[in-house]
Design a protein around this ligand. Structure first.
Ligand SMILES: Cc1ncc(COP(=O)(O)O)c(C=O)c1O
Length: 397
């Protein structure tokens, strides 16, 4: 047990489910390598597998299979949704996002600003939530092409009020996209009768393989393809389909549909996470939880270890075989505090002392118990050897 890897970074990527791997195998090893666009039987076999996966994903989201477009990843889905909206409404030069978006959306929006678009970023409160009154006040039917809000934040797990936001935006005649890469497969989510126009998800975040994603496009909204070529995906995304990846994603969607139906599973995951947090907070009273305690994913725990440098902590934990993520990003040699945590009003010191732990359906109580011991040992060591400067850390909630 001591040297076994403990993987608590499931918001970064997940282990491929064994049933997913088994479903993909014939499309990887060579039994079924036909091109799904080919007209002969061998190609049609691959086509049938892609269409079955489309149906499986559609069932998970409670939408029509025709509304599912396979892409290469969550980043491509987000990019396509935003760029498509701008092409559909060329006279509109305004986009609304939140200060808590993933860099896949934030960096595209920085590029839009360089291209003379106007971007409004909704603020976050201390718990990571957007204000719907602010959303209502900034969306302008004449000029806003799209509102894009993250469903569940990748760092804190905080859940946005997506349905309410989508209704506000729809009533103004504006398209609404959600980056649901962290939400799909972790919380039940139905788009039946929803005001959401487009939604992104990514295979590798939900126990499918890397290199496959989905953009849901509501059948009633305008859409312009970004990748042009052979006209695959009904003309909405050209490029030969990643058949093995798509088949795996379909299988993962099928598995998760059953898992998410089981309320016990949901409860079990949040109970495990809560017990992990409680034990750490009891043993180290300087520990703080970042983000709303209830309105968040059941698998995510973003913790600040006051007075501890998270980068140093991560190195010690990595050496001990525990994988987790920092609340900061290293760029050009300097450690930048997390954009999301600072948007929530946290000091740079608090953000630099924060670490994200994220569980999956494969995480066990034993692993979490062991993780708590390793974290406690590493934090105590760092407090003695490397106390951080940067002022006191403010205690929120
Ligand atoms: C919220 C969110 N959106 C988008 C992405 C990008 O997804 P992908 O890695 O599939 O491009 C991620 C990945 O971390 C994410 O967490």
């Amino acid at each position: 047990m001591k040297n076994q890897l403990i993987y608590l970074d499931n918001n970064a990527t997940t282990r491929v489910h064994p049933e997913v791997a088994a479903a993909m195998l014939p499309y990887v090893t060579g039994e079924c390598y036909g091109n799904p666009s080919a007209s002969y039987g061998f190609g049609k076999k691959a086509r049938a597998a892609v269409e079955q996966a489309r149906q499986q994903v559609a069932y998970l989201l409670a939408v029509d299979a025709k509304e599912i477009v396979f892409t290469s990843c969550g980043t491509e889905s987000n990019y396509t949704a935003i760029e498509s909206a701008l092409r559909c409404y060329p006279e509109r030069r305004h986009v609304v996002i939140s200060a808590g978006e993933h860099s896949a959306v934030e960096n595209l929006c920085l590029d839009l600003e360089r291209r003379a678009y106007r971007v409004t970023r909704l603020g976050l409160d201390g718990e990571g939530l957007v204000d719907l009154a602010e959303l209502e006040s900034v969306v302008n039917s004449d000029d806003t092409a799209l509102v894009s809000l993250i469903w569940a934040n990748n760092e804190t797990g905080v859940l946005s009020p997506i349905e309410d936001a989508a209704n506000i935006v729809k009533n103004k005649g504006v398209l609404f996209h959600s980056d649901a890469v962290q939400a799909v497969g972790k919380v039940p989510l139905s788009l039946a009768d929803s005001a959401v126009s487009m939604l992104s998800l990514s295979g590798h975040k939900l126990h499918a393989a890397k290199g496959v994603g989905v953009l849901y496009v509501n059948g009633r909204v305008r859409f312009e393809p970004i990748l042009l070529g052979g006209g695959q995906e009904n003309g909405r995304r050209s490029g030969t389909e990643n058949v093995a990846g798509i088949v795996g994603l379909g299988k993962a969607a099928e598995i998760l549909r059953y898992v998410l139906k089981d309320e016990h599973h949901q409860q079990q995951m949040s109970e495990m996470r809560d017990r992990f947090e409680r034990t750490l907070l009891d043993r180290m009273p300087d520990t703080l939880v970042n983000g709303h305690r209830e309105k968040r994913l059941p698998n995510t725990s973003n913790l600040c270890f006051a007075g501890v440098d998270a980068e140093g902590l991560l190195i010690l934990l990595d050496n001990a075989g525990l994988c987790c993520s920092p609340g900061s990003a290293c760029s050009t040699g300097s450690v930048k505090p997390s954009r999301v945590l600072t948007a929530m009003g946290m000091s740079a010191a608090r953000a630099r002392s924060s670490v994200r732990f994220s569980l999956s359906m494969f995480t066990t109580e034993q692993e979490l118990d062991r993780a708590v011991d390793l974290i406690e040992q590493a934090v105590s060591k760092l407090k003695i050897v490397l106390p951080v400067s940067g002022g006191p850390v403010i205690r929120h909630t």
